[in-house]
Design a binder for this molecule. Structure first.
Ligand SMILES: O=c1nc[nH]c2c1ncn2[C@H]1C[C@H](O)[C@@H](COP(=O)(O)OP(=O)(O)OP(=O)(O)O)O1
Ligand SMILES: [Mg+2]
Length: 202
């Protein structure tokens, strides 16, 4: 694989993918490099369906290999919400601050032991003339009572990562990329496609 387009307009995701692909010497472009590409309506019922929708739409437009990421926060005490509606949980304008406030408010009366949840990431790889491949990754934790840390994006400040004993927003970009749902999904994709992911200097 020499180059890949990541079908995302989310600058936080874009940064993480660019960093994760560095060791492979694969050229990464995102939709932020192509501002004329129209928003793709996420009409699927699952993360996987939405990832496939985004990857295949952009693959057709560029006739090139495309990865799409559909991800979000699943909170057990909220019956899985915000889930696939994570980006627009507090309204159409996709405001991270308002989304975090809404989750914190809804969990106000919920005790620490019942605040479990996970980040979930579905990746779809669409290739011209080939079957689309999907993989997923999860990162387990709990929802904090208030924001902690300033790194990352989205729900990172309110999500405590059990494995790291820190909030996601307290992790450095390198640390987040070792344990995140996105990294775990990308690892699975790499396992399925090891012939396409050749690390430089190996
Ligand atoms: O690592 C993460 N750390 C914090 N929050 C995260 C993460 N990963 C996903 N999230 C949240 C952000 C957004 O509220 C939603 C993704 O929604 P999602 O539709 O997949 O992405 P998006 O609309 O922001 O950009 P795009 O569709 O162009 O890729 O979940
Ligand atoms: Mg989206």
């Amino acid at each position: 694989m020499e180059k890949v387009i990541i079908a995302t307009k989310n600058p936080g995701k874009a940064k993480e993918f660019i960093r994760m692909f560095k060791p492979y010497g694969i050229e990464v472009k995102t939709l932020l490099d192509f501002p004329d590409i129209e928003d793709i309506e996420e009409t699927g019922q699952t993360f996987e369906e939405n990832a496939i929708l985004k990857a295949e739409t952009v693959c057709k437009q560029f006739n090139q290999m495309v990865i799409a990421d559909d991800s979000g926060l699943i909170v057990d005490a909220l019956d899985g919400r915000p889930g696939i509606y994570s980006a627009r949980y507090a309204g159409e304008e996709k405001n991270d601050e308002a989304n975090n406030d809404k989750v914190l408010n809804e969990l106000k009366a919920v005790k620490e032991k019942d605040r479990t949840g996970r980040f979930y990431c579905a990746l779809a790889l669409a290739m011209p003339g080939k079957e689309t491949i999907t993989v997923n990754g999860k990162c387990e934790g709990t929802v904090l009572f208030e924001r902690r840390g300033t790194n990352g994006f989205g729900y990172d400040p309110i999500f405590y990562v059990t494995e790291m004993k820190k909030s996601m927003a307290e992790l450095s970009p390198e640390e987040k990329n070792q344990i995140s749902h996105r990294k775990k999904a990308l690892q699975k994709l790499e396992e399925q496609l090891s012939h396409l992911f050749l690390k430089e200097n190996e």
